[in-house]
Design a protein. Structure first.
Length: 244
């Protein structure tokens, strides 16, 4: 068995007295897509922010590529990227200019070729010269995905990557993610509130509830374990229990 590309051990985050993430342990193997599932406020985004070094854990450790994030932050983050709605990019720059800024920050070569390639892949030609402030939410999402792909990361953290996309482009993005995984062995951590998408995309799913892992396995294993029809039924059962 190959060693994990990402290893999280006993990770916790408290905000004052409140435990947003409570002692979670998991790993991602090279080329694996791990789905992080859970109700609003379960701790998914907080977990991703810790993996990106944006939020400091209260306890626990994070290793990627065998390196400790707390001591090898730069080396690790050079090989990682993410997409989410909470990214802010300079609003007065155009889409293309923003991609250039990212490429420069990562010290990429052949920038124009890479930018052209990613703009084509994500069908962004129509708005590549638009000022970022004027983008629709789906266009903005595509820009954040383009930013994530541009640097050819080894691990991608995708926090609700298809949330504001129309069904056609969401389908294309899922196909693109699977193709990248197939061709380059990209590993991903993925969150979505679309259960069909979680089943389609995830090799394995971790179910978070109030900061704790309450279920783990393939979508089918989880469905079977909870004696439900599908992932949506499991979600409703667990989420409603958490509201009690
Ligand atoms: N900076 C902060 N200070 C205090 N509480 C916070 C902070 N950031 C997050 N939280 C709390 O931590 C909990 C987990 O939030 P998080 O954003 O990780 O949830 P999530 O699983 O991503 O939810 P969603 O599905 O709504 O995106 C929430 O109760 C949230 O209010
Ligand atoms: Mg979130």
């Amino acid at each position: 068995m190959s060693s994990p590309i990402l290893q999280v051990l006993n990770l916790s985050k408290r905000f004052g007295d409140f435990s947003a993430v409570n002692d979670i342990t998991f790993a991602i193997k090279p080329g694996e897509i791990l789905g992080l599932l859970g109700p609003n406020g379960a701790g998914k985004t907080t977990t991703i922010q810790m993996l990106l070094g944006l939020v400091t854990p209260t306890a626990g450790s994070i290793h990627m590529f065998g390196l400790d994030l707390s001591t090898h932050r730069e080396a690790i983050l050079q090989q990682v990227n993410f997409s989410s709605t909470y990214i802010s990019m300079p609003q007065s720059l155009t889409v293309e200019e923003n991609l250039w800024v990212v490429a420069r920050l990562y010290g990429l070569s052949e920038i124009q070729r890479r930018v052209d390639e990613i703009v084509k892949k994500l069908e962004m030609e129509e708005f590549r010269h638009k000022v970022t402030r004027k983008l629709s939410s789906g266009q903005m999402t595509r820009l954040t995905l383009a930013k994530a792909f541009l640097t050819e990361p080894k691990i991608l953290f995708l926090d609700e990557p298809t949330a504001s996309l129309d069904p056609d482009i969401a389908h294309k993005i899922r196909a693109l993610l699977k193709e990248e995984r197939r061709s380059s062995g990209l590993s991903m951590l993925y969150t979505s509130h679309n259960m069909g998408e979680m089943e389609e995309m995830s090799d394995r799913i971790i179910f978070l509830q109030r900061g704790k892992i309450v279920a783990e396995g393939t979508a089918q294993e989880i469905v079977t374990r909870f004696g439900q029809e599908d992932l949506e039924e499991v979600f409703l059962k667990l989420a409603r229990e958490s509201g009690d």
